[in-house]
Design a protein around this ligand. Structure first.
Ligand code: MN
Length: 135
């Protein structure tokens, strides 16, 4: 359901709200594939409202993002912010600090795929400051 022009039509349910400990603003996770010993892959959807983003973090086995709607930002530490949009596929190598989230005015929906979960899924770090976000 679209409630205003900047709000995206949700593809998956907006299930668990992202913890303020790990996210700035409003984001919602929906698990699509639970971690198990057969597939060792975590898959889910995150819906970021405009301005919402993850903290800095890394994935011990890397992460692939598939953007399904909206406009957002992805930044690997030391590199410029990359604009990501519907249809983009973004790879983040293992153990590389990065963050991802919505742009200030348009939300983002992204599928995440974390392979080889036996190595770990995510290592959370500090929040992305407004200064870092607006660069
Ligand atoms: Mn990530």
């Amino acid at each position: 359901m679209k409630t205003n022009k900047n709000e995206l039509e949700a593809i998956f349910p907006q299930d668990e709200k992202g913890s303020d400990q790990y996210f700035t603003g409003n984001s919602y996770n929906y698990t699509l594939v639970d971690v198990d010993s057969v597939f060792t892959t975590a898959i889910g959807n995150v819906y970021f409202e405009p301005g919402a983003r993850s903290n800095w973090h890394s994935h011990p086995a890397g992460q692939i993002l598939i953007i399904t709607d909206g406009i957002g930002y992805h930044q690997i530490e030391g590199q410029p912010i990359e604009i990501i949009k519907k249809g983009d596929v973004v790879k983040c190598p293992p153990n590389v600090r990065h963050w991802h989230g919505a742009s200030p005015d348009v939300g983002l929906q992204q599928l995440y795929i974390v392979p080889n979960t036996e190595k770990g899924i995510v290592v959370w770090q500090e929040a992305v400051t407004n200064e870092q976000y607006r660069k």
